[in-house]
Design a protein around this ligand. Sequence first.
Ligand code: NIG
Ligand code: FE
Length: 397
Amino acid sequence: MKRLWRGGRLVSLQGESGWGLIEDGALLTDGARILWVGLSSGLPPEAAGVEVHELGGALVTPGLVDCHTHLVYAGDRCQEFELRLHGASYAEIAQAGGGIRSTVIATRAATEAQLLAAAVPRARALIAEGVTTVEIKSGYGLSAESEARMLRVARSLALQGLEVRTTYLGAHAVPPEFEGRSDDYVDAVCDWLPGLHAEGLVDAVDAFCEHIAFSPAQVMRVFEAARQLGLPVKLHAEQLSDQGGSQLAAAFNALSCDHLEYLSDAGVSALATAGSVAVLLPGAYYALRETRLPPVGALRSAGVPIAIATDHNPGSSPTLSPLLMLNMACVLFRLTPEEALRGMTVNAARALGLTDRGRLAAGQRADFCVWDASHPRELTAYFGRNPLRQRVFEGNA
Ligand code: NIG
Ligand code: FE
């Protein structure tokens, strides 16, 4: 089914920089793909006689890609929010048995139906702000069975009208039954991967490289297991300290390294050489009241692509607002509005190994957003406001 969308202000993001603005632009879609993009005044012959949608001068951007979330879990951690307000740090709460581990206990106790019921409204909140592709990590099950359950629930969220990419994050924390035996747990994480992969549940493999989680040597073993199956890797790296995780991830041609507040110059160079994306997570920076900024200037000069994501999770980043993250990326991290929008479209897609989305161009997926805005910078300047008029997913409004 072909559809024509005309009379919009298209933010195509074509080319390596700039907005790629097309004034009075039109998009011709054929099913789930974009067939043609150009001026409303220069339509191709294929546009004749198709269903027409008038955009009335509205702004059109590619659909948003949230490339780092922990959307599937049970329970909440608002008590930790209070503890942090009273001075406890994220690391102290984790070391005292709270943090990720408390979400693991709640998630293990939940049925697949309960996990899904909790995750659907979260997915809908992202959709309501224009997200068309979301990445969802496991990592609150930490057993073969409960990691699989999380990933199945993540996959089934696609029924909400969303593209879901799943990431296996077995190496997120050491579960209680492996207390003091983290190397044995890493063995188990590696052993579970082939089965999860055979079930079609894994698009990428991630780990948390940190003094309160896993060492680079342990992460390397997980990455080797991924490599054996031909699976791409990404890493929670340099969030609380510089562990050199980014250099390790780059050696495995990681799709991305995420967080990066404590990234060193050597880490920046390694990411640049490997072509890995730096995924910055302003929600976690903000909620943890981190004061060390990720090295945005160095990443920019080295030509490392920068992405922005919600990192939605019940602990460090309990936000469901990708638009707020665009604003925070500018205000807190000093990204330009264009860098922020590229960070949640084309560069976020790249952080997932995807090149078929994130721009408005022929051949790309027909996933886009129509906004009540006149310039794309408005999407980053306002916060706590949602100007989404219409979200088109796979060519359907
Ligand atoms: O991306 N840093 C590790 N993992 C998550 C937090 C998970 C949690 O606290 O539940 C993050 O910030
Ligand atoms: Fe995360």
